[in-house]
Design a protein around this ligand. Structure first.
Ligand code: PDD
Length: 277
């Protein structure tokens, strides 16, 4: 497998992480995951825009232009030969003797990997299982930080009950999945948590709201709701770069709707598949 370090293609077996990289010691860094469809990066601009925002929020200087980041993606795709893949990009604050406060004159470090990835059509067709779990994360979930312990605890807890995705609850309100956003269809209307510090503003979420819902004539309500409200929905699904749109047909012991992916979710999946090409 191959990767990229500060603009140079590398073999992933190369030992490149330094002991005092702040990403390694503190989780002091940010990341993005972008899909490649038919050999082309998908929605690279909104992903890189969000990357720049995450960097700004953490006061990590941006040292690469969008054009440079785009060319790194192109090079990884070309070198790997993959047509359907996921690219992982991470920027840490850099390397310095361990101290909590941001050291001065830091040079951020960029690493990237590429792995094959494809749509899980089978699971999209049958529908997946979800599990409600407490949201134990910090209060800046809007930053795509490499600190993911809260997300990992959620995903693992869900996995232990056989769930595909864990759906997190904070103060009684459904926030988002452990690596996805959460939607419900209630009386034909699409609901999802509003943009705030409590969720990641998913690129897939934005595509659903701005592109797919209008095309399908769906009303979207960005407003918090509780677990009981979610379980009264006709349909529920999660969205994300890797997840794409995945129907949740059971959550914990409850069946959602008739236990099969509903018509609205199926139409959204179809519209999404057309959109990514
Ligand atoms: N996760 N919410 C969280 C907490 C996420 O980690 C993700 C993405 C999303 C969906 O965002 P987008 O639609 O932009 O992928 C929402 C990535 C894929 C990951 O951690 O692998």
């Amino acid at each position: 497998p191959i990767g990229l370090l500060d603009g140079r293609i590398i073999d992933l077996n190369e030992k490149i992480v330094e002991m005092e990289d702040r990403g390694y010691q503190f989780g002091d860094g940010v990341y993005e995951v972008t899909r490649v469809y038919n050999g082309k990066p998908f929605a690279l601009k909104p992903h890189m825009d969000r990357l720049y925002r995450s960097l700004r929020e953490l006061k990590i200087p941006a040292v690469y232009t969008f054009e440079e980041l785009a060319s790194f993606h192109e090079r990884l795709i070309a070198e790997s030969g993959y047509t359907d893949a996921a690219v992982y990009l991470q920027i840490t604050r850099g390397v310095a003797p361990r101290a909590h406060a941001f050291p001065e004159n830091m040079v951020p470090r960029l690493t990237m990997t590429i792995r094959p990835s494809k749509t899980n059509v089978e699971l999209q067709t049958s529908g997946a299982k979800g599990a409600f779990v407490p949201d134990v994360r910090w209060l800046r979930c809007d930053i795509k930080s490499i600190n993911l312990l809260g997300n990992l605890l959620a995903k693992q807890r869900g996995k232990e009950t056989g769930a595909f995705e864990a759906v997190q609850i904070r103060d009684g309100i459904v926030t988002e999945g452990s690596s996805s956003n959460f939607f419900i269809v209630k009386d034909g209307v699409l609901w999802t948590h509003p943009v705030s510090n409590l969720i990641l503003r998913g690129v897939t979420r934005t595509i659903i709201i701005d592109q797919l819902a209008p095309k399908l004539g769906l009303t979207v309500i960005e407003k918090g709701f509780d677990q009981a409200f979610a379980l009264k929905a006709e349909e529920t699904f999660v969205s994300g770069t890797n997840t794409e749109i995945m129907p949740l047909v059971r959550i914990d012991a409850a069946t959602v709707g008739d236990g099969r992916p509903g018509p609205v979710t199926r139409k959204l999946i179809e519209a999404y598949n057309e959109f990514v090409i």
